[in-house]
Design a protein around this ligand. Structure first.
Ligand code: NDP
Length: 283
């Protein structure tokens, strides 16, 4: 079985962004990372994003607010960042605390700075198959990974476990645009194992440590593991029990070292696109 390493995909994306960066006229694109509270998952994502921006020669500034900031005060702060001409793109770490109306922030964010595809405008474009907006970075990272390793998508049976707006749903649309035949599974799916076993491309995005093993993977399937979980020994792991796949899957992404690294690379690419004034990808 071939291990699909995220670092290799990230390096390819870096090459593409380096070309585009030349069109920014010597200006260093700036990412605003907006965080409320100190959620460990947010802090870990933030560290990864800051590191990746630096590795790509881009700048990142963290705008952190206390967990108990009220809705009005947060909106006022967010609007300042949103309107700041020095800020090319925004990554909002979510979910936000309950007192903040997340839906309203999604509607406030400037679609041209919405690098992680949370605004209604960008989401609508993903669902309409119009690639002139920003798709959620993790969903796009899955497609970038398949393409980077030249894994055919067209006509393939793709099964996605998970239907969130961050990963599962937008990914289903991106794979459909690539002409895959897509099935989406969730907690009410009957015969999950059988459905997964029928996949030629299996994407796990459920957030359940090692919930899928070789019993759920068809012979020669390509397995993409989006999940980031902690196992019973406190170690980082995916939704797939990677160790069991040898002899079943043809290729698989590991956790850590897989899609996570590609997600931040896609974020960096989106930032450079925003700064270069590019219409991201013509539909
Ligand atoms: P959510 O909790 O929002 O969604 C999980 C989805 O998985 C839901 O649709 C849920 O179904 C489904 N699901 C959960 N358990 C099962 C099960 N036992 N059987 C079938 N379906 C199930 O999670 P996210 O989409 O936000 O994230 C998913 C995973 O991806 C997490 O581990 C997260 O940490 C990781 N992630 C990784 C990123 C990266 O950069 N690599 C970025 C973003 C997320 P239902 O709708 O029925 O509840």
């Amino acid at each position: 079985m071939i291990t699909l390493k995220g670092a290799e995909v990230s390096a390819k994306i870096k090459e593409q962004t380096a070309e585009m960066l030349k069109q920014c006229g010597g200006r260093i694109p700036k990412l605003a990372i907006v965080r409320v509270g100190e959620n460990p998952d947010d802090l870990s994502y933030e560290r990864g994003a800051v590191k990746k921006m630096a590795a790509f020669g881009l700048s990142a500034e963290v705008y952190a607010y206390p967990a108990d900031i009220d809705d009005e005060a947060f909106k006022a702060e967010f609007q300042k960042i949103n309107g700041d001409p020095e800020v090319d793109g925004i990554l909002l770490l979510r979910p936000l605390p309950k007192q903040i109306h997340e839906r309203e922030i999604e509607r406030m964010i400037d679609p041209e700075k919405d690098l992680d595809g949370i605004s209604p405008e960008n989401i609508a474009k993903v669902f309409a198959g119009d690639s002139s907006g920003y798709a959620p970075c993790t969903a796009e990272a899955v497609v970038e990974t398949l393409k980077a390793f030249e894994i055919p998508i067209s006509g393939k049976r793709a099964v996605i476990v998970g239907r969130s707006m961050v990963v599962g749903k937008p990914l289903s649309m991106l794979l459909l645009k690539e002409n895959a035949t897509v099935t989406i599974c969730h907690t009410r799916t009957v015969n999950l194992k059988e459905t997964c076993r029928n996949a030629e491309i299996l994407v796990a995005a459920a957030g359940r440590a090692k919930m899928l093993d070789k019993e759920s993977v068809g012979k020669d399937a390509v397995v993409i593991d989006v999940g980031i979980n902690v196992d019973e020994n406190g170690k980082l792991c995916g939704d797939v029990d990677f160790e069991t796949l040898e002899g079943t899957a043809s290729m698989a992404t590991p956790v850590p070292g897989g899609i996570g690294a590609v997600t931040t690379a896609v974020l960096a690419k989106h930032l450079v696109m925003a700064a270069a004034g590019k219409v991201p990808r013509k539909g």
